[in-house]
Design a protein around this ligand. Structure first.
Ligand SMILES: Nc1nc2c(ncn2[C@@H]2O[C@H](COP(=O)(O)OP(=O)(O)OP(=O)(O)O)[C@@H](O)[C@H]2O)c(=O)[nH]1
Ligand SMILES: [Mg+2]
Length: 302
């Protein structure tokens, strides 16, 4: 969905529109994995993929590369060393650039996640937790998992950055470090307790311990991830969450294409958001195309 290729952008949006009409409960469990560099996200993801493959689950993985502006294939080979079971079949990997030229999660990541969701049981998106990327990934996924490192004395820093408010689940990885990991878990629980009220009072984010290296704690992690998705579905929140994410995507997409000026011709960003939201039978993806045409007419008409 590159701005310079309008026909491809249109067909990608049309595809996203059609995919968004699938019954949401039949689409993959989408999980975002975030956390500081070196926390063990890739190792944990690797272990999760192996555990899920043993249950015959089909899995899509998107590794978001925070540094690159382009999609690169080689990167994934370096970062994800999948176990033997995963290499066989049923696992699809894709490495994608984190941001397009104006910032924001690359559109391709959205499209990739939506397509994978239609065909897999699970879709994982790994991204380095450096502030902004969490919020962006949270828009795409159903469940955001934060991977913490034992002894990371930066709990306070996380709290200040508001990072602890977004994740639905926490796992302290490297539980093989023993007391250090247990203490970090306690600190995290205390920190969460001090945090502001979550937007979903029915869900208390669990704080788990795991060792990706020793493959300990993975079944419980899989179980809690499943439970979170079930929780969202039971409360009709899955649809709401995905719709809210799609609205953000649609607004960003229009902003990138037409700028503040273009959206200004429609009454500004929040008015455009309203327009995208006003017809419940029209997905935000179709809305991008239709509102985009209106903006073009407004701009063309002087
Ligand atoms: N002791 C121990 N080490 C681990 C564990 N999981 C990962 N590691 C090690 O931690 C280091 C970082 O692991 P990665 O999986 O690359 O971490 P990451 O969070 O994906 O790192 P970035 O993608 O660079 O942000 C590696 O040396 C791993 O071998 C664990 O459970 N226990
Ligand atoms: Mg990694």
């Amino acid at each position: 969905m590159d701005d310079r290729r309008p026909a491809q952008r249109r067909s990608a949006l049309a595809l996203l529109d059609r995919l968004s009409q699938l019954p949401q409960s039949r689409t993959a469990r989408r999980v975002g994995i975030t956390g500081a560099p070196g926390a063990g996200k890739s190792t944990l993801l690797n272990a999760l993929v192996d555990a899920l493959r043993r249950q015959d689950q089909r899995i899509g993985v998107i590794a978001v590369d925070p540094s690159s502006q382009r999609s690169g294939g080689a990167l994934l080979g370096d970062r994800m060393r999948l176990g033997a079971s995963a290499r066989e079949s049923g696992v699809f990997l894709r490495s994608m650039a984190a941001r397009n030229r104006l910032g924001g999660l690359a559109d391709a990541t959205w499209a990739g996640a939506a397509v994978m969701s239609a065909v897999f049981d699970w879709v994982f998106i790994e991204t380095v937790g450096v502030g902004q990327s969490e919020g962006e990934v949270a828009q795409i996924v159903d469940s955001l998992l934060f991977v913490a490192q034992p002894g990371a004395g930066d709990m306070l820093q996380f709290m200040k950055a508001g990072i602890l408010e977004l994740p639905d689940l926490f796992v302290v990885n490297k539980s093989d470090t023993g007391a250090l990991a247990r203490r970090t878990r306690s600190e995290l629980i205390a920190g969460l307790d001090l945090g502001s009220a979550p937007d979903d009072p029915q869900w208390v984010p669990p704080v788990l311990l795991a060792s990706a290296r020793d493959r300990v704690g993975l079944n419980e992690l899989v179980d809690r991830l499943s439970r979170h998705r079930d929780h969202l579905e039971a409360g009709d929140q899955l649809q709401a969450r995905r719709h809210a994410g799609a609205i953000r995507f649609a607004t960003d997409s229009l902003l990138r294409r037409y700028g503040e000026f273009g959206l200004g011709r429609m009454g500004g960003v929040s008015r455009v958001e309203q327009r995208l939201n006003e017809d419940p039978d029209r997905s935000p993806f179709r809305g991008v195309l239709e509102v985009g045409q209106e903006i073009e007419r407004a701009l063309g008409g002087g």
